[in-house]
Design a protein around this ligand. Structure first.
Ligand SMILES: [Zn+2]
Length: 636
């Protein structure tokens, strides 16, 4: 929402501008030391102390700008405060680069070998956005180290800088992290030195109400579900929920034939006080869900793919990474053109794995897919912006709002990835008479090199094509390019059709649509009149070309009356249903920025909500795709 484009020239030249005297000063044997103090996190301020080994002379220090997994230059330097840099007790003067806001310069005096740095992170952001959004409450805190750490410029790769982290916790709080504890006590914990890359890749979740559950204990390396919440009652997970996540661990082993971590922690924040999203890391994930997720079936269903998605990123995104996103540092701009693989394939797999792991049922998966396909099929922005451009322009699209989103298109490479990769999967199955599938591609592509510690193995478009061709020769270049560059008003439904299903509309919402209505209060009258509308009549968005568009409704307007009676969601649904088969328009009174108007909605086709139905006589490949791969899951 407040994305700011920053000039690229400045950050490209930042490293070149700096005359760096301190390269190789921050080695494994002489690391930067950082202590993050979370005792004031409930008051939305996090303190840090650092000691940074340096040599005398000019020095440029950096603050991480391009945050991995967020795919944009959103390092929250606006909330860095209280920065004091001292050498032998004397405060040093620093100046900010006047182009690259993430770089500061100073001169290290003669005889000085270490700088003492203090800074604060103001954790005051609203509960939206990503890791820099609200991350603390009275009872919990999610620490992302990039919010605090400053580091000397001049290293070719941020994996070459070493950092020894410690954390101070509020009394009685527990924690979870992929970092390795080396000492300390209940409230002051020391961790083993790691590269700067690994530190920023290893957030720490802590809280007063905290639960750690080992998952699939028979599997090595070890996996943990760590949850912090705002109340003890939020941590009452059902045995089925825990079984589902254990199944997920087993199913990923079967699918990817490899693991690229020493251990894995799902760091789950269940709170209404924080931003809700997921952020992937090599050995953990930052998963933030509404407070009641684990005790409310609707909320749990709506988060079904979150942990499978972020976990999949440990392979697809962190280990295998598009070359344009594998910059090796936090300063160089990222290129998002392969995000339809990084995020699109992950979105497909996250949902498939949720079904295979029995986190959701196959029927719920089909409801999700129906809603996704129908959303993408009613998206007129497809006629001017192709799927490829949504990925290339990702850094512009993450923080846009819903209003007119169907005309702009947003980060569509996520959901459309579900359709494109289902299309790939069913095409492989069809070409090989069901002897091979996308599973074979994944075992080779994500499992390249077998089990490894965390590292990055970059890939290009050609590598993806070569991987698919190795499974079954086909015109994969043509196949993918067609779907990436299409300006068709319709979404690619080939995967659903090859899977033995088709998209239809009925007057009853499917289970996923109903769960969304219950959880958000937004009713999607999208496929009938062309609006999504809240319980108090506020229009979230209007579909371009729809009856609502023709009636001159707009996003942000509020419907106050339907056919002369005070608005309710049920009244609007009834009016749409009753208008079927007659010629009288539905009359709406709307208020738009303080001005009232009567509008006539000419629509007579009844309520429409999406479903997938089986096409008899066709191979049921979609059902095959959703079956568990392991005996362990089948038995659960
Ligand atoms: Zn993702």
């Amino acid at each position: 929402m407040h994305f700011r484009l920053r000039p690229l020239l400045g950050l490209m030249s930042a490293a070149a501008l700096s005359v760096v005297s301190s390269i190789q000063a921050q080695t494994a044997s002489n690391p930067i030391k950082i202590t993050a103090d979370l005792t004031d996190a409930p008051r939305k301020i996090i303190h840090a102390q650092m000691t940074i080994p340096v040599s005398p002379g000019p020095l440029t220090m950096l603050y991480a700008k391009w945050i991995p997994g967020e795919h944009m230059p959103d390092g929250p330097i606006d909330n860095l405060a209280g920065l004091f840099i001292t050498a032998n007790g004397q405060q040093l003067t620093w100046t900010r680069d006047d182009v690259n806001m993430y770089a500061i310069r100073m001169t290290v005096p003669e005889g000085v070998t270490q700088l003492d740095v203090k800074d604060d992170f103001l954790a005051t952001a609203a509960a939206n956005g990503f890791s820099a959004g609200a991350s603390t409450s009275a009872n919990l805190a999610m620490l992302s180290w990039n919010e605090l750490v400053l580091y000397p410029a001049g290293h070719a790769n941020d994996a070459d800088i070493y950092v020894k982290p410690s954390v101070i916790l509020p009394q009685g709080w527990q924690y979870g992290t992929a970092l390795t504890k080396t000492g300390g006590d209940a409230s002051h914990v020391d961790f083993a030195p790691v590269s700067l890359e690994q530190l920023i890749d290893s957030p720490l979740l802590s809280g007063r109400y905290f639960l750690e559950v080992p998952l699939a204990p028979e599997v090595t390396p070890k996996h943990f579900l760590d949850i912090a919440s705002d109340g003890p009652e939020d941590l009452k997970l059902s045995p089925d929920t825990i079984t589902g996540y254990s199944n997920l661990v087993r199913e990923t082993g079967a699918l990817y034939q490899s693991r690229h971590y020493e251990s894995y922690h799902f760091l789950v924040t269940a709170s209404d006080q924080v931003a809700h999203f997921g952020l992937e890391h090599h050995q953990s994930s930052d998963d933030r869900v509404p407070e009641k997720t684990f005790v409310d079936d609707n909320l749990l269903l709506l988060s079904a793919d979150l942990l499978p998605h972020e976990f999949t990123h440990s392979w697809n995104g962190k280990y295998r990474r598009p070359a344009g996103l594998a910059t090796g540092n936090y300063e160089d701009p990222m290129k998002g053109n392969l995000l339809w693989v990084y995020e699109g394939l992950t979105d497909y797999l996250g949902n498939v794995l949720a079904a295979r792991s029995k986190i959701e049922t196959a029927s719920q998966y089909r409801d999700y897919l129906a809603s996704t396909a129908a959303m993408l099929d009613y998206r007129p922005g497809r006629t001017w912006r192709d799927l490829q451009d949504t990925a290339t322009a990702a850094q512009l699209l993450y923080e846009t709002v819903d209003a007119w989103d169907n005309w702009r298109r947003s980060t569509d490479y996520y959901q459309e990835g579900d359709l494109v990769w289902l299309d790939v999967d069913t095409t492989i199955r069809e070409l090989t008479k069901d002897k091979k599938s996308l599973n074979d591609f994944l075992a080779a592509f994500e499992g390249l090199g077998g089990n490894t510690p965390p590292k990055v193995v970059p890939y290009t478009f050609d590598d993806v094509v070569a991987g698919l061709t190795a499974v079954v020769p086909y015109d994969w270049v043509g196949f993918l390019k067609e779907r990436l560059t299409s300006k068709s008003p319709h979404a690619p439904m080939g995967g659903i059709e090859n899977g033995g299903y088709k998209l239809v509309f009925t007057d009853q919402p499917n289970d996923i649509t109903q769960a969304r209505i219950s959880a958000t209060g937004i009713t999607p009258e999208w496929w009938s009149i062309g609006i999504n509308v809240t319980t108090d009549g506020r229009i979230d968005d209007v579909l371009v070309g729809s009856p609502a568009d023709k009636a001159k409704l707009g996003p942000g307007m509020q419907i106050v009356a339907v056919n002369g009676r005070q608005f309710s969601s049920a009244l609007l649904s009834d009016a749409i249903r009753d208008a079927k088969g007659n010629s009288d328009p539905i009359t709406l009174i709307v208020v738009n920025t303080g001005t009232y108007k009567v509008l006539a909605l000419d629509y007579h086709d009844g309520l429409k909500y999406p479903h997938l139905v089986r096409v008899d006589g066709t191979p049921d490949r979609l059902d095959d795709i959703l079956k568990p791969m392991t005996e362990g899951t089948k038995g659960n």
